[in-house]
Design a protein around this ligand. Structure first.
Ligand code: C2E
Ligand code: CA
Ligand code: CA
Length: 378
């Protein structure tokens, strides 16, 4: 309903001869013929002004913000025009709220680069050229290894290592996210034998699932075949879904995760605290683990708000019987606070970065001694 209201306001803000279309998600495309860059800027200003007033949805006031990208043709072809406007829009979005950005030479280069990277990623997935590294999650009560999180690593033949933040974003923007997810599940199933040597007392592997993979009708099958291929029991695999992915499509996320839970596969809500949900939602989601975002853990020893938020998440999630995991623990002081709060588990550079499966066993062997020592006595 909000999107319908936004569409109406956009139609009212542009000229009668302009075309307003929704391209999917929360993205709109406005085609303005016989318009130069200055006039396009003016129209963008009008649109932004039209969206600045809050919307009234049954008495609930809702504020939206728009990021606007502009591309002008000539010289661009029609398909490029949409792609370039989108590139400008992403740039506007990255700069902060309510921005307008005109497509320029720097963005053109970036856009071409992204296209090349997309093609390379598609090939790399097909040729199985990525690898998974595994980061330990430590049980804070016992000092034991609780499990590992699988994180994708891509060493590009000419660019060298490409950061996951970059190629995951590329995958998500270009329809490759489900392919990446399928590859990761399959790769885990092939790494299992080696992982078991590091986790003789119970394998627990978490795999990150993107929004597009969550809405892929083949997800359930992909999960079940990975379990079978790796001879894993369902409770050895955890799916991590970010809070914002869940919130963007709450009913669907709930349905998919509930079906998987019926098979015995658990899920975790990732980056908790960065989306728009509240603690109240935890009850409504079929997840068994809450991963508290690194941005809170980062400041937990000096920022009272970060500490208060972490403390209430740990308390409430704990009361609901959920496991709490603190992400990005780098310093012993953070570890001390988290143990004090009763957080179930932690992961971070303090213990180990994500490492190749073959190195995991060696790393894990020394972890508890290093960081918990005598504190665990009794
Ligand atoms: P994430 O799921 O929140 O993963 C945690 C990220 O934090 C990882 O970055 C990890 O290396 C990093 N990290 C762990 N401990 C620390 C710490 O103590 N300090 C700091 N500063 N960072 C720490 P990475 O591997 O670069 O991955 C970034 C994001 O890319 C992940 O965030 C995840 O959203 C995505 N990603 C990675 N692999 C995959 C994948 O196979 N599939 C999907 N869909 N997404 C993936
Ligand atoms: Ca994760
Ligand atoms: Ca995370």
């Amino acid at each position: 309903r909000l999107l319908v209201c936004v569409g109406k306001r956009l139609v009212a803000a542009v000229r009668p001869e302009d075309t307003v279309a929704r391209f999917g998600g929360d993205g709109f495309v406005i085609v303005c013929e016989d318009t130069d860059e200055a006039r396009a800027q003016e129209l963008a200003g009008q649109m932004a002004a039209a969206l600045a007033e809050p919307f009234d949805l049954d008495g609930q006031r809702v504020h939206v913000r728009a990021s606007i990208g502009i591309a002008v043709s000539p010289p661009h072809s029609a398909p490029d025009l949409v792609r370039f406007a989108e590139a400008a829009m992403y740039d506007a979005k990255a700069r902060g709220r309510n921005r307008v950005q005109v497509f320029n030479a720097a963005l053109a280069e970036e856009s071409a680069d992204r296209l090349a990277l997309t093609n390379d990623l598609r090939d790399a997935l097909a040729r199985d050229e990525l690898v998974l590294h595994y980061q330990p999650l430590m049980n804070l009560r016992t000092g034991d290894l609780l499990g590992v999180e699988a994180l994708a690593r891509w060493h590009h033949p000419t660019r060298g290592p490409v950061s996951p933040a970059k190629f995951v974003a590329v995958a998500e923007a270009t329809g490759l996210a489900a392919a990446l997810g399928r590859w990761a599940l399959d790769r885990v199933s092939r790494d299992v034998a080696v992982l078991r040597t590091a986790m003789p007392r119970g394998l627990h592997v978490a795999v990150n699932i993107s929004a597009a993979h969550l809405s892929d009708p083949g997800l359930e099958d992909a999960v079940l075949s990975a379990l079978q291929a790796g001879r894993m029991s369902a409770d050895e695999l955890v799916l991590e879904v970010t809070e914002s992915t869940m919130m963007d499509n709450l009913d669907h996320a709930r349905a998919v995760l509930e079906r998987l839970r019926e098979h015995g596969v658990h899920s975790a809500i990732d980056d908790f605290g960065t989306g728009y949900s509240s603690l109240g939602y935890l009850k409504r989601l079929p997840v068994s683990t809450v991963k508290i975002d690194r941005s809170f853990i980062e400041n937990i020893t000096e920022d009272a708000d970060a500490l208060a938020i972490t403390s209430s998440v740990v308390r409430l999630a704990g009361a609901m019987g959920l496991t709490t995991v603190a992400e990005g623990v780098e310093r012993p002081e953070q570890l001390a606070v988290l143990r004090e709060l009763g957080c179930t588990a932690a992961q971070g550079f303090l213990f180990s970065p994500a490492v190749a499966p073959a190195t995991l066993a060696e790393i894990v062997k020394n972890l508890p001694k290093q960081h918990f020592g005598a504190q665990l006595a009794g």
